[in-house]
Design a protein around this ligand. Sequence first.
Ligand SMILES: C[S@@+](CC[C@H](N)C(=O)[O-])C[C@H]1O[C@@H](n2cnc3c(N)ncnc32)[C@H](O)[C@@H]1O
Length: 185
Amino acid sequence: MQNALSYSHQLLKEVLQPGDLAVDATMGNGHDTLFLAQLVGRTGHVYACDLQEQAIQNTKKRLEEAGLLSRATLLLTGHETLDQYLPEKELKGAIFNLGYLPQSDKAIITQPETTLLAIQLLLDRLSRKGRVVIVCYYGHSGGLAEMEQVRQFCKQLSQKEYAVLNYQFINQQNQPPLLFCIEKK
Ligand SMILES: C[S@@+](CC[C@H](N)C(=O)[O-])C[C@H]1O[C@@H](n2cnc3c(N)ncnc32)[C@H](O)[C@@H]1O
């Protein structure tokens, strides 16, 4: 069985095609930005954002080394402001990795209010069969409350409009990340 991180990639790989628009809402060190840039191909594009300059630098380096920098726009901004930057085109896939950036300032964590605003604005732009994947790390202070708010948000989404998956190992210690995937019907 795959862990939440690798399953998040599988869920996006199933829907993203060359030419698509994708979003990495929590850029961090750019692992997901690179993955999305590979999937959208030369004709697609990825918008990635983070609050930390370090994230931009690390992701820029990663994409440059892979020769894929031109496929991504790296934004030093909160995901709750993405509406100001995204093009008119429909969104096919987006990913959030909630929590803090490993080996960095643990005080800079995603916050439930802005996380939910960002999920909603991305859902408003999502195409049919498009997916928003949210990986929740919740071992840190504030993480559990954020994860519960994301769960409540996901649960109240209309069954007519969305299919929502929760993927989680229920017999593991040390709070392994869990995943929500919202697909527009
Ligand atoms: C768990 S890390 C992401 C790891 C990343 N996916 C990677 O591949 O390295 C969470 C990131 O979210 C960022 N973050 C926190 N609040 C944010 C916000 N409002 N908008 C965008 N990014 C935010 C943090 O700075 C941190 O880099």
